[in-house]
Design a protein around this ligand. Structure first.
Ligand SMILES: *Cc1c(COP(=O)(O)O)cnc(C)c1O
Length: 386
C-alpha cells in the first residue's frame, strides 16, 4: 500500500480537486528515462495532452523529457514550462495555418504530418518565412490495439495518419517541396495498451516498411517515432504504481530493428502521469434508493469524464472512514444519467462529509475537465506544495 494521502491538509481545500503525488511522479519519470537510456538512441517525449497542468509540465522539463504536442496551445504550454524547442514534436490531423506558423517560428524539432494538404500547407508557410521545416510522416500501420474502440488510432479507416497506398504520392509531394525536410516516420496505435503483442505487431509493420523504403526507394530516415500508448493498472494503483517501463522498452529493443544511427522516439502520456493523480471529492449526500445506496459526491463527470465517456474504471477509496463496508453507486451532481463514477463499489460505510479519492486520475483527468452546468474547473495541487 503506497498511497499516503494527507487527509488533514485536504480538510482545508475546496473540493473537488486533483491531487498529485510529486514523489511518485518524479520516480515514474525517472524510471522511464532510466529504462529508455539503457538502449542507444532512445528518446522519451511526454504527451502533453494527458495533463497540461503547469506544475506537471515543469517537473517533466526538470527531469529532461521532451514534449509531444497535439495543438498550438500545447506547444506554447511546453515552451512556457521550459522544454527546449528541439525536444518538441507536434502531431495532429487538423493543424491550422496559425498553429503551423507558431511551430515554425518556435523552431520545434519536428511536425508529424498526417496528410498531403497538410504537407503543402507546411511548405507554403515555411517558404513565406524562408524556413526549412523538419517533418515526419505519420503512417497508419493498420494495427488494432486491444483497447477501447474510441482510443484505437491505428486502424485503416481512422482519421489519423497516412495509409500505405498513399505513401508513394506523399513521398513525391515531399520531393517537390523545397522548404520541407523529411526526417522520420511516425506511428501511434492507441492508448491504454497493456499487452506487449500490440507493440510487437507495430514493430513488425515498422520493420517491413523500413525495409521497403530502403530497398525500393533508397530511403533511410534518421528518426523513427513509435508514439505512446502504454497502459496503467486502474484496478491496482498501489501495487502497480510505476508501470513496467523495462518490459516496454525491452520489447521495442527486441522487436524493432533500427538501421545504423537511427534514433527512436516515444511519446508516453498516460503511463507517465496516470498513477500519480487522484480526484479528491467530498460526499454531499448519502441517498437510499429502493435497493441501492448512492454516494452523491461533489465531483462530476465534468471534472473527470473518463467513466462517462469510455466506461472507464477508476478505483475509489474512502479516506475518512474505516467502518465496515457497504455497497454504493458513486455518482456526481451533474444533470446527466451518465454522471456515474462507479456502480456497486464496496466502501467503508460512507457518511455526508467523507472525503473520497478517485484513483489513477492523473492522465486525461484534469486535462479533460469542462464547465458543463456552470461548474468551476477543478484545481490541481502537488503534494510538495500543499
Ligand atoms: C495521445 C497521444 C499519445 C500519448 O498516448 P498515451 O496513451 O497517453 O501514452 C502519443 N502520441 C500521439 C500522437 C497521441 O495522440
Amino acid at each position: 500500500m503506497r498511497a499516503n494521502f494527507p487527509v488533514k491538509a485536504f480538510e482545508g481545500i475546496d473540493t473537488p480537486f486533483y491531487y498529485y503525488d510529486a514523489d511518485l511522479l518524479r520516480e515514474t519519470l525517472a524510471t522511464a528515462l532510466r529504462e529508455a537510456s539503457k538502449h542507444k538512441g532512445y528518446h522519451v517525449h511526454y504527451a502533453v495532452k494527458a495533463n497540461f497542468n503547469p506544475q506537471i509540465l515543469s517537473m517533466v522539463c526538470k527531469q529532461g523529457l521532451g514534449a509531444d504536442c497535439v495543438s498550438g496551445g500545447e506547444v506554447q504550454a511546453a515552451l512556457a514550462a521550459g522544454i527546449s524547442p528541439d525536444k518538441i514534436v507536434f502531431a495532429g490531423v487538423g493543424k491550422t495555418d496559425k498553429e503551423i506558423s507558431l511551430a515554425i517560428d518556435a523552431g520545434i524539432f519536428c511536425l508529424n504530418a498526417e496528410s498531403i494538404p497538410e504537407i503543402q500547407a507546411i511548405e507554403r508557410l515555411s517558404a513565406a518565412k524562408s524556413a526549412v521545416t523538419q517533418i515526419a510522416i505519420r503512417i497508419n500501420p493498420n494495427v488494432g490495439a486491444h483497447t477501447h474502440a474510441n482510443i484505437t488510432t491505428g486502424l485503416a479507416e481512422n482519421k489519423f495518419g497516412i495509409n500505405y497506398e498513399q505513401l508513394d504520392d506523399v513521398l513525391s509531394v515531399i520531393d517537390s517541396c523545397k522548404h520541407v525536410k523529411l526526417i522520420g516516420l511516425h506511428f501511434h496505435i492507441g492508448s491504454q495498451i497493456l499487452v506487449m503483442d500490440d507493440f510487437i505487431a507495430l514493430c513488425n509493420r515498422v520493420n517491413e516498411l523500413q525495409i521497403h523504403l530502403r530497398d525500393n526507394k533508397g530511403i533511410i530516415l534518421p528518426h523513427v517515432n513509435v508514439g505512446g500508448g502504454l497502459g496503467i493498472r486502474y484496478d491496482a494503483p498501489d501495487e502497480y504504481d510505476v508501470p513496467d517501463f523495462r518490459l516496454y522498452f525491452d520489447t521495442y529493443a527486441k522487436h524493432l530493428h533500427l538501421f545504423e544511427g537511427q534514433q527512436l522516439h516515444f511519446e508516453l502520456g498516460r503511463s507517465l502521469v496516470g498513477q500519480c493523480g487522484s480526484l479528491i471529492t467530498r460526499v454531499t449526500y448519502v441517498k437510499e434508493g429502493t435497493c441501492k445506496k448512492f454516494a452523491i459526491v461533489d465531483a462530476g463527470m465534468n471534472d473527470l469524464v473518463r467513466p462517462a465517456m469510455y466506461g472507464a474504471y477508476h478505483k475509489i477509496e474512502n479516506l475518512t472512514s474505516s467502518a465496515p463496508c457497504d455497497s454504493y453507486d458513486v455518482v456526481g451532481p451533474v444533470c446527466e444519467s451518465s454522471d456515474v463514477f462507479c456502480k456497486d463499489v464496496e466502501l467503508p460505510q460512507v457518511s455526508r462529509g467523507d472525503i473520497l479519492a478517485i484513483r489513477s486520475a492523473g492522465a486525461y483527468g484534469e486535462a479533460m475537465a469542462f464547465g458543463y452546468n456552470c461548474r468551476t474547473l477543478p484545481k490541481g495541487y502537488m503534494s510538495d506544495t500543499i
